[in-house]
Ligand binder design. Structure first.
Ligand SMILES: [Zn+2]
Ligand SMILES: [Zn+2]
Length: 392
């Protein structure tokens, strides 16, 4: 059972680290230990490491670390792309080594050897497509067409010029400091892809996320079917009940079957747990981005909206407080009536509760239209080319 304990710990630690690193900043984890682990792994841990390097190697060590950090975080570089390829390659190699001997099996035909290779191949192709496709670069030639295609809402986007590119900044675009270019309908700069995710490659990015989610689920199910097939083929339940006299109930059989699984399929179980965790993470990412796509919002815009709504809320709060103060001062000087009961004050509605802030996203034109815009970006349409004529 030692391996079972190891497997459980491995699953828990891997899930905790993955969820903390990738999702630690999500509002639902605010104030929880997940947020604290995220802070430690992404900031405090790095800070301790920096101090340790400074103590051991002095200024030379710190300078070398700064150079590495500048190269990895502030310049376009393929480090994470290689890590992705190594991770996919290593996981598939482990899968081939430990699972192909059971394919074909009781529940799986030989075709799954080829399907698995094809599925990984498609995943890598989607990765390359997202990494090397143009995200929708805005330049002097096409900027006028982009300005016409994406009108300013005068809420979170107003007419501006990009200080670096010295061209007008179309609404929904952003200058990526890593790639050093303006990108239309900018979502985010993805380190894994070493590319921006923008107007024209959001569709590939979404396909990448969904395909990798399916790939992980497929791997998990294949391993589960291999194990279930072996259980059936070797008549494990029959042997346990007939030859070892174990009662034919789930409660009595489960520990014996678990022992047999852990002894015979430890590598397969490790890969299965890993794939299951990654599939959950990918499902989270995919659902988050699906929600953004369905409401025609980008990751970058969610921050802008948050800032706008907070400012609006604060302004209204200040206004409501000023009115309340004025009213109470007026009552103090003129009102001879007894003060309202403290119970009424306590249970009465506060003016601040009535504060409502409105988000009017003019780019959200309904689910169907929004999805259509992701699949067929504005700059790939005929109307975009005719914008050139209009702008002349
Ligand atoms: Zn720019
Ligand atoms: Zn970028």
């Amino acid at each position: 059972m030692d391996f079972l304990l190891f497997l459980v710990c491995y699953g828990l630690v891997a899930s905790l680290v993955s969820v903390s690193v990738f999702c630690g900043e999500w509002p639902i984890f605010q104030g929880t230990f997940i947020e604290r682990i995220h802070f430690f792994l992404t900031f405090a841990g790095c800070d301790y490491f920096r101090r340790m390097i400074d103590c051991i190697f002095g200024a030379k060590g710190t300078n070398a670390l700064n150079t590495v950090q500048y190269y990895c975080c502030d310049l376009p570089n393929p480090t994470l792309q290689f890590i992705y390829l190594a991770m996919v390659g290593a996981t598939y190699a482990f899968f081939v080594k430990s699972c192909f001997i059971y394919i074909p099996g009781f529940y799986l035909g030989e075709v799954h050897r080829y399907i698995s290779l094809l599925a990984v191949g498609v995943g890598v192709l989607l990765f390359l497509l997202t990494s090397f496709s143009d995200p929708g670069t805005v330049n002097a030639k096409n900027v006028s067409q982009y300005v016409l295609a994406y009108p300013y809402d005068d809420i979170i986007f107003s007419e501006k010029e990009c200080k670096t590119c010295k061209i007008p900044k179309p609404a929904r675009s952003k200058h990526c400091s890593i790639c050093d270019r303006c990108v239309a309908r900018f979502d985010h700069h993805c380190g894994w892809m070493n590319n921006c995710i923008g107007e024209t490659n959001t569709r590939y990015f979404m396909s990448f996320l969904f395909w990798h989610f399916l790939l992980c689920i497929y791997g998990t199910v294949v391993i589960a079917l291999i194990i279930a097939g072996k259980l059936e083929e070797l008549r494990v339940i029959h042997i346990l009940t007939v030859y070892y006299g174990i009662e034919n109930s789930f409660k009595s059989l489960a520990p014996h079957v678990a022992q047999w699984l852990l002894a015979s399929f430890n590598m397969q179980l490790l890969i299965m747990v890993f794939l299951a965790i990654v599939s959950l993470l990918l499902a989270g990412f995919f659902l988050y981005h699906t929600k953004l796509c369905l409401t025609n919002t980008t990751t970058s815009e969610t921050f802008k909206w948050e800032e706008f709504l907070n400012n609006q809320r604060r302004a209204k709060e200040a206004e409501a407080s000023a009115v309340a103060l004025k009213e109470s001062l007026g009552k103090l000087s003129h009102d001879k009536k007894p003060p309202p009961s403290k119970w009424r004050n306590f249970f009465g509605r506060s003016r601040l509760e009535d504060i409502e802030v409105v988000k009017t996203n003019m780019y959200d034109k309904g689910f169907v239209h929004n999805v259509y815009e992701i699949v067929f970006p504005l700059s790939t349409r005929q109307s975009f080319s005719s914008n050139k004529e209009k702008s002349r």
